[in-house]
Design a protein around this ligand. Structure first.
Ligand code: P6P
Length: 335
């Protein structure tokens, strides 16, 4: 079968992985294996999310995670599922997870591989009980230390520019895996009857500008006054701006990626550094946004230019179509 477009619709994720890694003769197959294991974990989490109500997987475990949030049973299941899928093939050196205070290193009986996997295993879990869309977000780095040795924080705390691939899985009316691995941004939709992801959104691109904004206006009183003025300006512009905010980062980002829009989570009184996490939320989505022709900043600098200095550090996030991100960043960067 020949493809006019490198990845015509209907291509399976496995074929995309094969063709992507074929483009890198030096590939050892570790990256392909890593992505295949991500696909397996995503399918397992999808199955459990879609049966959560029946499988008794709703509701909190009663424990509190490192973020001080009640751990929802699905959070715990997703965290364990991705770690179990990635620890044994010898392709991962460390896993940083929103659910774990410290990094997870594969047990010594497994080879310490080439990649570092940073993830929010189930973002938006506060929405689980109301059946709102949730998702997994991940960034993949190549380790700095030699393969086969035990990795450390120096392999994990990186600049966004060191990301080699990033993606997310959105568990909504369907399950879609969106990935950026050096050749654009592509979306794959799970056919649960086949148990395979099929290319459904080839080469996703963000237009230069859009007319949708996503922000929690409940915090308007604690925003930078210049941001408040900018948002009010959109509303009164007469340019047909729409507000869309689900309160689940993956869902808001995915809608804006496909239809255009800017998502804003600024510093607020309760979250002076912003609420979202730099290493496994802002950076991977920024990598995807830039690969699709968009932009992402912390209100001053590109997210990908930032260096993570702590596993769970937070950052304000302004992400989406590049003209709107540039406009709000220029405004907030003025002295
Ligand atoms: P707020 C979900 O809890 C989450 O971490 C993100 O998925 C989402 O974008 C954000 O918090 C929503 O936060 O303060 O608007 O409820």
């Amino acid at each position: 079968m020949t493809f006019d477009h490198p990845f015509e619709e209907g291509t399976t994720l496995d074929r995309f992985i094969f063709e992507t890694t074929q483009a890198h003769p030096e590939a050892t197959g570790q990256f392909a294996t890593l992505l295949q294991q991500v696909s397996l974990a995503a399918r397992m989490v999808s199955s459990r999310v879609n049966r959560a109500g029946l499988a008794g997987m709703l509701g909190a475990t009663g424990e509190v995670n490192v973020q001080g949030e009640f751990v929802q049973k699905l959070d715990e299941y997703a965290n364990n599922t991705f770690k179990k899928a990635l620890e044994h093939p010898g392709v991962v050196a460390a896993i940083a997870s929103e659910e774990d205070e410290r990094p997870f290193y594969p047990p010594d009986r497994f080879r310490s591989g080439r990649y570092v996997f940073c993830m929010d295993p189930l973002d938006g879990s506060s929405n689980i009980d109301v059946n709102a869309t949730i998702g997994t977000i991940f960034a993949i780095f190549r380790r700095r230390s030699p393969e086969g040795t035990r990795a450390g924080m120096d392999d994990i705390l990186r600049s966004g520019r060191d990301i080699v691939a990033a993606g997310y899985v959105i568990y909504g009316s369907g399950t879609v895996l969106v990935i950026a691995a050096g050749s654009g941004v592509h979306g794959f939709t799970l056919d649960p009857n086949v148990g395979e992801f099929f290319l459904s959104h080839p080469d996703i691109r963000l237009a230069p500008s859009a007319r949708t904004y996503s922000i929690n206006e409940g915090y308007a009183a604690s925003w930078d006054p210049r941001l408040r003025q900018w948002i009010e300006g959109l509303k009164s512009s007469g340019d047909g701006w729409k507000a869309r905010y689900i309160g689940s980062l993956v869902a808001d980002f995915h809608r804006n990626l496909l239809k255009g829009g800017i998502f804003l989570y600024p510093a607020t009184r309760s979250s002076p550094q912003g609420k979202l996490r730099l290493l496994y939320e802002a950076m991977p989505l920024a990598f995807i946004a830039e690969a699709a022709g968009g932009a992402a900043t912390d209100g001053h600098r590109p997210i990908l230019d930032l260096e993570a200095t702590a596993l769970h550090q937070r950052a304000p996030l302004f992400i989406g179509n590049r003209e709107e991100v540039a406009a709000v960043t220029e405004l907030l960067s003025q002295p």
